[in-house]
Design a protein around this ligand. Structure first.
Ligand SMILES: C[S@@+](CC[C@H](N)C(=O)[O-])C[C@H]1O[C@@H](n2cnc3c(N)ncnc32)[C@H](O)[C@@H]1O
Length: 282
């Protein structure tokens, strides 16, 4: 374990089932921000976890782990849940959100559209595709270039730091025109976030996990909630550690992560340590 000032207060990764782990290690109402992406039940080939439960079993399990997240979250906390379907299972994220919101476990405060790839006009008047996606060959379906990130809270009233991830005004005359700008050249970026995966050439070495989100996505979620040094962040499905890396980059004081697969956590620890962030693993 190496040390870095910013993470000296404690980044902890636990190997094992997150439902049992949260019950054992995380007190009631002690976590400010949860950023996570659970298995989507789409038959992804994880090295340990079997991603193909019966649909009702998957929802039952979702209710169990999300119930633990609810118990751990502080009243003003934020839970950013990245869960997507597939072209053949398009209803999956809506079933999950219908369950969590419909049963009163959380309020849906925002829905963020994580755009992985987009075609944009160029200054020359043509179009250019930016970002990456898994191409499909189909006469029925479009290539799938986005995933939802649901911002869930206990009351639907959690205050956010919108300008921490704000963007400059395109038309600078708006700065003086609108009183709420306070004279600053920054405005809310809205709920469509273009965050492409990094270009990689050696999948097994550069991203040894079949279903990750970019560190920048988690970073933007944490900044939107609002960064403080004493912030406690948790990811029950840590994978190879992108949310932990995001928390370290944001200067978050405490982080708790779980994954059932020790191999993924080993990669997460290596990544953290190679960036000189201290972390303990159990
Ligand atoms: C979608 S991936 C998360 C990837 C992560 N966001 C990243 O960027 O690396 C889901 C993870 O959940 C883990 N997992 C599955 N069941 C689990 C459980 N009961 N408790 C903890 N982790 C579990 C899998 O091993 C997998 O790494």
């Amino acid at each position: 374990m190496r040390s870095n000032q910013s993470t000296s207060a404690g980044f902890r990764f636990h190997t094992g089932d997150c439902v049992k782990g949260m019950a054992k290690y995380v007190p009631d109402a002690s976590v400010d921000v949860v950023v996570t992406s659970p298995p989507y039940n789409l038959g992804i080939k994880y090295s340990k976890y079997d991603d193909k439960l019966a649909a009702d079993e998957y929802l039952e399990w979702t209710k169990k782990w999300a119930g633990e997240v609810r118990r751990c979250l502080k009243p003003g906390g934020s839970f950013f849940l990245n869960v997507a379907g597939s072209l053949k299972e398009p209803m999956l994220p809506y079933s999950v959100i219908n369950l969590l919101v419909g049963e009163g476990i959380f309020k849906l405060q925002n829905t963020i559209h994580w755009i992985k790839s987009i075609a944009m006009p160029t200054d020359e008047g043509s179009e250019k595709q930016r970002g990456h996606y898994k191409p499909i060959n189909s006469q029925r379906f479009l290539n799938d270039c986005y995933e939802p990130v649901f911002h869930l809270t206990l009351e639907g009233t959690t205050k956010l730091d919108r300008l921490a991830i704000g963007v400059p005004y395109a038309d600078k005359s708006n700065i003086a025109r609108w009183g709420h700008t306070d004279g600053k050249d920054v405005k809310c970026r809205g709920n469509t976030w273009f965050i492409p995966y990094k270009t990689i050439t050696r999948r097994a070495k550069d991203r040894p996990h079949p279903a990750t989100f970019p560190t920048a996505l988690a970073e933007q979620c944490m900044k939107l909630h609002g960064i403080r040094k004493d912030l406690v962040v948790m990811d029950p499905f840590l994978g190879i550690g992108h949310s932990a890396m995001a928390a370290a980059r944001c200067g978050v004081g405490r982080f708790i992560g779980f994954d059932i697969d020790s191999e993924y956590l080993k990669v997460a620890v290596e990544e953290m340590e190679s960036a000189e962030w201290a972390v303990s693993l159990s």
